[in-house]
Ligand binder design. Structure first.
Ligand code: SAM
Ligand code: SF4
Length: 331
């Protein structure tokens, strides 16, 4: 366990069809949402076991009030040398300055299309111009190169692979194409909507010439490539070629449920212990006990289903397991 992904809220200001396709949801109880001090306490405990990377996510993390205050606390933890956030970018114009000045080091913005009308459709109501303005600002403030996550879906946005990469290379963003995953929340998932990384790379090769393999960034899941004379991009083959064997990520939902795999339905409630005042050492012991028993191979098990592979959970089932939703676990 090196990387902790913390979902600070299950609320979102968009409704991407691959993540939140339903009309209504069971939200995490407000009274159980961890306060910033409690999250920082858990992070300190995790550092005792070797965690040195934190990524804030959601739902939409920038919806959480005064997120900069959490970032400031996490920035003060010496052992954390990589403090990142994944956002849909809608609120970057309003909140970008405060999160970077509080110590945010790396930023990933999720963006699946450059077409305003399609963006509105894919996100059910989003305004692309706000994301673009947010990216302009973030590029001035972010101390490292911004990453763009693009879920590539057959028949939805696959006619934009080349234009998205061209745009990202021009703008000096590192684009990562992500395969559409059959995670909880993706209740409309079908195999034929998955554009495999192999397909993606063939298309990129046809348009830009053969991409040259580039060094991987640590245990990060993206296979990276260089486009001659332009820059790097990545492909995350989470659906067709999972990387469970090298996964060093743990996840915490906003109510303190701890997951060791994105595909797990059940997590461990740490929120109760955190609220009850457990010490860092006690929390670290609990985390260690969970982690050493971990034998998760979620994505590999899904792949082994082959033709039988369908949605992971129905919407009605997910209403009884709100922590297991993608917008609760944070992706
Ligand atoms: N709201 C923020 C955002 O969209 O960046 C953070 C949370 S979102 C759940 C984190 C990431 O999960 C996003 O990059 C999103 O594209 C990705 N994601 C959600 N559902 C997915 C799915 N079914 N397959 C692949 N990626 C998915
Ligand atoms: Fe889209 Fe992120 Fe919101 Fe999911 S959590 S609906 S991916 S913006």
């Amino acid at each position: 366990m090196r990387s902790l992904r913390i979902s600070v809220t299950d609320q979102c200001n968009l409704r991407c069809g691959y993540c939140m396709p339903e009309e209504s949801y069971t939200w995490l109880p407000r009274s159980r949402i961890l306060k910033y001090g409690q999250i920082a306490h858990l992070v300190r405990a995790a550092t005792l076991l070797g965690v040195n990377k934190v990524r804030l996510t959601g739902g939409e993390p920038l919806l959480r009030k005064k997120l900069w205050r959490l970032i400031e606390q996490l920035d003060g933890i010496d052992e954390i040398d990589d403090l990142a956030m994944t956002t849909n970018g809608v609120l970057l114009v309003e909140r970008g300055a405060e999160v970077f000045s509080a110590g945010l080091q790396r930023l990933t913005v999720s963006l699946d299309t450059l077409r305003p009308k399609r963006f509105k459709e894919m996100t059910r109501g989003g305004d692309l111009s706000r994301v673009m303005a947010g990216l302009d600002l973030a590029q001035e403030l972010c101390p490292t190169r911004i990453k763009i996550n693009c879920v590539a879906m057959a028949g939805i946005n696959d006619d934009e692979l080349e234009s998205m990469l061209d745009w990202a290379l021009d703008r000096d963003f590192e684009l990562r194409f992500i395969e559409y995953m059959d995670v909880a929340g993706a209740t409309g998932w079908t195999r034929d909507k998955v554009l495999s990384s192999e397909n993606i790379l063939e298309r990129i090769e046809a348009a830009f010439g053969a991409p040259q393999p580039a060094p991987k960034a640590g245990t990060a899941p993206a296979n990276r490539f260089h486009v001659e004379g332009r820059g790097a991009f990545g492909v995350i083959a989470s659906t067709s070629s999972p990387f469970c064997g090298t996964c060093d990520r743990a996840r915490l939902t906003a109510d303190g449920t701890f997951f060791t795999c994105l595909y797990n339905e059940e997590g461990t409630d740490l929120g109760t212990a955190i609220r009850a005042g457990s010490t860092s050492e006690q929390l670290a012991q609990t985390l260690a006990a969970i982690w050493v028993q971990r034998s998760d191979r979620g994505a590999e098990e899904r792949l082994a289903l082959a033709e039988q592979r369908g949605i992971l959970a129905t919407a009605s089932h997910l209403r009884t397991r709100p922590q297991s939703e993608m917008h609760s676990k944070g992706g």
